[in-house]
Design a binder for this molecule. Structure first.
Ligand code: PLP
Length: 360
């Protein structure tokens, strides 16, 4: 039904209102209940956010069947990743050990950037030919290193939007020596339908101390501008992470919006359904045009472009469509954010025109 409606309301991207399909935001916008919660909270926003913060921690814990002391709130999950990295580096250095980050390539690069800021190198392990994680090579990089390793695994991965099955990750985490710490970035987990994915939160619940999971309200709940994310880990690990997050890091607006979002199950369903519809609109077009793509399990899709990706991107920009970018070393692929079905219908219309011009 939504797809039918989409074709009727054709959006025309303009300079003033371009199609922003480049930052994996959720173009639906936040739920009406979350917006109302922000408005209602404004008169009291002169107070520190402690009460809303505590409530949110409890609600998040409850939603994952964990305890409050297994949650660390971040100013977006970016801060949770930053704090986890800094904590792990501090721990290694205190033990007089060298430390490295191991990450697939390409992947979301904040872990690498935060490690770099502390002078810690990242070993980048290229994806396999099928653009999947090369777990064996990553494992070997940890085994061969005499010091501490922080393994950053983004699942589903950004930019490929594909999942790594739990059967490939869990045995490694369970068998890894103490000097290996895993950060599982699950920013897009709520979009996943593939049953081979299992959240790392299950390992947290089973008291594994070598795993930190990060989640965010920026994607499925469309709160990117309000900056709410969190880490989930064993209470001992949360206690070690907390000194590395800024004090009172949660803003009141974000906290109340996140609380309202967690209670708004209808919005969650709408958000998921909208992405599924948008994905279908795009994959139908890519199929028609014979452009390969990976099986997306997130609110973006990694697809092939014939010809130079930068040229494609620049031409799209001229049509006021921002289509994301290439992520080397995955040459010839473009990461496209899935906006609303209406937006994706408009995108497909431009893409089809590009084919007529012989550009894709
Ligand atoms: N992790 C991944 C994989 C992302 O793609 C992003 C944002 O694009 C983030 C984390 C950071 O999100 P935020 O700080 O808004 O929670």
């Amino acid at each position: 039904q939504t797809a039918d409606k989409a074709t009727k309301l054709l959006i025309q991207p303009t300079k003033e209102q371009p199609l922003l399909l480049n930052f994996n935001e959720n173009s639906l916008g936040m739920s009406a209940k979350a917006q109302q919660a922000v408005i209602d909270a404004l008169p009291n926003a002169f107070r520190y956010p402690d009460a809303a913060r505590e409530q949110l921690i409890e609600k998040i814990a409850e939603s994952h069947k964990l305890e409050s002391n297994q949650i660390s709130l971040g100013n977006g999950s970016s801060e949770s990743i930053q704090a986890a990295i800094q904590m792990a580096i501090y721990r290694a250095q205190k033990a007089g050990q060298q430390v490295q980050v191991i990450a697939p390539d390409p992947t979301f690069n904040y872990a690498e950037l935060y490690a770099k800021a502390s002078g810690v190198p990242t070993i980048k392990v290229p994806l396999t030919e099928k653009l999947a994680f090369d777990i064996d090579t990553m494992k070997k990089a940890a085994e061969d290193f005499p010091g501490y390793s922080i393994v950053y695994l983004c699942n589903p991965n950004n930019p490929t939007a594909t999942i790594t099955p739990a059967d490939l990750i869990e045995p490694w985490i369970k068998a890894a020596p103490e000097r290996v710490l895993f950060i599982l970035d699950e920013a897009y987990a709520e979009f996943v339908t593939d049953p081979r994915f299992r959240s790392g939160i299950e390992l947290v619940a089973k008291d594994h101390k070598n795993v930190i999971v990060t989640r965010t309200f920026s994607k499925i709940y469309a709160l990117a501008g309000l900056r709410i994310g969190y880490a989930l880990a064993h209470p001992d690990i949360i206690m070690q992470i907390e000194p590395f997050v800024s004090m009172d890091n949660t803003n009141t607006a974000g906290a109340v919006a996140a609380l309202a979002s967690l209670e708004d199950k209808t919005f969650l369903t709408i958000s998921r359904t909208s992405i599924e519809t948008s994905r279908k609109i795009v994959t139908n077009a890519l199929d028609k045009l014979g452009l390969a793509y990976l099986p997306s399990q997130a609110n973006f899709i990694f697809h092939k472009v014939s010809g130079d990706v930068k040229t494609y991107q620049d031409r799209m920009k001229e049509y006021h469509v921002f289509v994301g970018r290439e992520f080397l070393p995955a040459k010839g692929w473009n990461r496209l954010t899935l906006g609303t079905p209406e937006e994706m219908t408009a995108f497909v219309s431009v893409l089809t025109e590009f084919r007529a011009k012989g550009w894709v």
